[in-house]
Design a protein around this ligand. Sequence first.
Ligand SMILES: [Zn+2]
Length: 225
Amino acid sequence: MILILLGAPGSGKGTQGRRLSERFGISYMASGDLLRRAIDQHTPLGEQVRQYVERGLYVPDDVIVPAALHEIHRIREETGASGVVLDGFPRTREQAQALDVALEAEGKRVKRVLFLNVPKDVLVNRLAGRWTCRNCGATYNLDQNPPRTPGVCDRCGHALFQRVDDRPETVERRLNVYLESTVPLVAYYRQKRRLVEIDGNRPMNEVTEALVSGTGCHELSGQRR
Ligand SMILES: [Zn+2]
C-alpha cells in the first residue's frame, strides 16, 4: 500500500505520517529527512542538494525523483514492509507523473493521497516556534507542544536546535514555494480521483483518525495492496 501525505511545512504531516505508518504497519519515508541526512553525511546527493535546502528552495526534479525512488526500494528491501507513507515526495506534478510511471512499471499504484489542509496564518505561527532534536529528529512547538525542559528533547535528552528552514526569514518563503507548486499537484491527484482532503486545523488525534479513515483501509490490513 502506497500512501502520499500532502501538506505544507507546519501542517503536522511528519507526526501524522509516522502515526499512519505505525497504524498500518508500513514504512515511512520523509524526503526532508532523506535530504538532511545526505547533507549531514556529505554524500554526493547531499552536496548536490545543500544549496537548495538551506535556501528553502525545492530540489530539482531530475535530482529528487531518482533519489526518492532509490530510497523507496531501499526501505522496502531493508524492512520488508509491504507499503510506505511518502511525506514530501512527490512535490510537483512532474514528480507525481514520474512516480506513477515508475510504479506502473512494477504493477503498483498510489492508493490514496491525503491532503492535510491548514490555513496559512496558522502555518506561519506553528513554524516560527518549531524546534528539532538533532539526535532523534523529534520536533517541538513552543506553543502547542513544548519540551518539558526548555531546549532539551523529552525523548532522548539531547539539545534542540532551530533548523535553518524554520527560522522566521525562511518560513514565509517556504510557504510561498509550497503553495505555488502544490496547487497543480493537488489538481493532478484530484483528477485521478485519489485525493482525500483532511482538515488539518484540529487537535492532532482528531486529524490522525480522519487520516486513517481517509485511507479507505482497515488498520493493519495495509499489507493487502
Ligand atoms: Zn531527541
